[in-house]
Design a protein around this ligand. Sequence first.
Ligand SMILES: [Zn+2]
Length: 324
Amino acid sequence: MAQKWVSFEDVKSRVSMHDVLAHYGLLQGTVEKPSKHGMELRLRCPFHEDKTPSLSINAETGKFHCFGCHAKGGDIFDFVVAKEGISAGDRTKDRRQAALRITDWFGVEPNAPAPLATAPTAPVSAPVAELTPPAEESEGPINPPLSFTFKHLDTRHPYLLQDRGLQEATIDFFGLGHHSGKGIMQGRVVIPIHNEQGDLVAYAGRWPADTGWPEGSQKYALPAGFRKSNVLFNLHRAKEHATEGLIVVEGYFTVFEFYQRGRKNVVALMGSSMSAEQERLIVETVGPKGRVLLALDHDEAGRRGSEDAVNRLRSQVFVREMAL
Ligand SMILES: [Zn+2]
């Protein structure tokens, strides 16, 4: 795909957080109050079902944080990424897509390309600096527990029962259901994700078909700010059965399928590559003489992910591969 140039700084200088909120019709009912960091906006959070205004936004910087669902980000681009459910692969790509969308909405002409701007060795200019996540992003705990759960889910949705062949007991065990309320999970089957301790830290949203998801989003949606590389899906349950070793798969639904076949020691990477933190969690869970069965998808990404994981794990645990 051709790379259309967009300068984050330029877009930011012309489009304010107010403009973006107005675009989404979110300004109504917004409370404005001065804070020590500048003017603070409080509004009902569009990322979860919010009864009180839980979303705090700095009017100048656009830095936002929800006290309910913990959605957070540093500026208008992060906000649009979350609101649109953009997941283009990594944060920079997501933000770039958001910036392009904003230029469309507000008729901002992207500036002429700066030839060195995407080269990592280029002298630091504003656009290059923009490609690096702001330092304040690492504030606070990674993936803090959610303070809400989705209510009124349709737990007998045909996508789960028919399309995926899940049994009612499996659906209930994993807390799955179709969400019709507003937000980025609207119309999606939600999958609760817990940390190692069993705290609910996010929901993943699977569109209940292989086509037709809202424009700008993907088959799977994850909340902005959620770091999936810090979590192994289902670890808090699987670790109880880790004396049998740990089966490591890519996706949520593979975990559910294994569960229905009586395997409870299964975790998912939520992707085809194992992060350093996931590696640490796997090794720690099975222990130094433990067994790990890697059962990643039988496609190019899965094969590469599996090879890499084997290389990293084999000096620490007994590891075998199985192609699904
Ligand atoms: Zn929220």
